[in-house]
Design a protein around this ligand. Structure first.
Ligand code: TYD
Length: 133
């Protein structure tokens, strides 16, 4: 089973600034959807769900946020995203909680599939049960 991982995104620096490039060698999947979290209200928590088959990369393109991942079987880890040269790979089957968004934080999400509510598990107990099947 694939594990969550903070991946390095290649960055091209020059006198004008920096440019980070996500391409196939960084991705673990073909991208079918891109969405952006922005204007997040102070102290807001987002996520609080798991996906059955969706894979994602999350990148803090501006500001910072925390992403707690929980496998429903005793493992959890909080990743801090604050660098556009890092992408958090989230495999299927992890409960995610996004919090501590800094003012003006923008999070880019690259997703393996189009939006499908049937792929979500939004109840934590159901998630733990599903993981133990
Ligand atoms: P949700 O995935 O619950 O957001 P978050 O995990 O950031 O808290 O989605 C919030 C709402 O937006 C929900 O009604 C579903 C809708 N939505 C789409 O229509 N398309 C999408 O690609 C996403 C990610 C969400």
């Amino acid at each position: 089973m694939p594990k969550p991982k903070l991946l390095d995104i290649p960055v091209i620096h020059d006198d004008r600034g920096s440019l980070s490039v996500v391409q196939w060698e960084t991705m673990r999947f073909r991208i079918n959807r891109v969405y952006i979290l922005f204007d997040v209200r102070p102290l807001t928590t987002r996520g609080s769900h798991a996906h059955k088959s969706l894979e994602q990369l999350l990148i803090a393109t501006s500001g910072s946020l925390e992403v707690e991942l929980d496998d429903g079987q005793g493992w959890s880890h909080t990743f801090v995203l604050r660098d556009p040269s890092k992408a958090l790979y989230i495999p299927p089957g992890f409960w995610r909680t996004l919090s501590s968004f800094s003012a003006g934080a923008v999070c880019l999400a690259l997703a393996s599939h189009e939006y499908d509510e049937n792929d979500y598990i939004r109840d934590y107990d159901t998630f733990v049960e599903w993981k133990s099947e």
